[in-house]
Write a protein that binds this ligand. Structure first.
Ligand SMILES: [Zn+2]
Length: 200
């Protein structure tokens, strides 16, 4: 078992061989973990929330769901959900453009964290893909998307366990979104906190 900590608002990338498991935890709760995965050796085939929820018919990944790549290949299976289904497959990861639009162009972002983390593994991200947003509170009602209730709800110690269905390189971003007013309260109002990564 190897344990790594994603510092608050930062990112971390790691290899995950087929059959191995990763456990992601928000120790303090109310912290979104933007999760990205790529086929090891092919950064153009990435985990796709859109392709995933078509066959699962669910906008929240559940135990037993298979997470698909954009080429509809099984990438991961959700083995355990210790977060009561508080996950999201809809929201695009925050990126430098979004923060520039908010007037804070130097703000850290999940896409920036992804690119930085992959660069530390000497990997280049050709086009930043969408993310699976673990520990993120959204609800869809009659086609409208809500962050409900107004504050995020993932409890302290909320976690998920995923098992790789192919050799992968993955990245986790502790979402640095900490603005009030222009968007949803994605994370705890006290600011971003760490995410634990445990590899088994
Ligand atoms: Zn983010």
């Amino acid at each position: 078992m190897s344990v790594m900590t994603v510092p608050p608002g930062e990112g971390l990338a790691f290899h995950l061989a087929e059959g191995r498991r990763v456990r992601l935890t928000t120790p303090k709760g109310r912290q979104s973990a933007d999760f990205f995965a790529f086929r090891d050796g092919d950064m153009t085939d990435w985990l796709s929330p859109l392709h995933t929820w078509m066959p699962t018919r669910s906008l929240h990944p559940r135990v037993g769901d298979t997470l698909l790549s954009r080429l509809r290949e099984p990438m991961l299976e959700m083995i355990e959900d210790g977060a009561d289904g508080v996950h999201d497959l809809l929201i695009a990861p925050c990126d430098p453009i979004r923060y520039a639009q908010f007037g804070v162009p130097e703000h850290r972002s999940c896409v920036g964290n992804l690119v930085e983390a992959m660069a530390r593994l000497n990997l280049e991200v050709p086009i930043p893909p969408p993310a699976v947003n673990f520990f993120t509170t959204t609800t869809v009602t009659d086609g409208f998307i809500f962050a409900t209730p107004a504050a995020p709800v993932a409890k302290a110690g909320a976690h998920v366990v995923l098992e790789a269905r192919m050799d992968l390189v993955c990245a986790v971003s502790s979402c640095p979104y900490d603005l009030t007013g222009p968007g949803w309260n994605i994370n705890d109002p006290g600011g971003p906190t760490e995410i634990l990564i445990e590899l088994a």
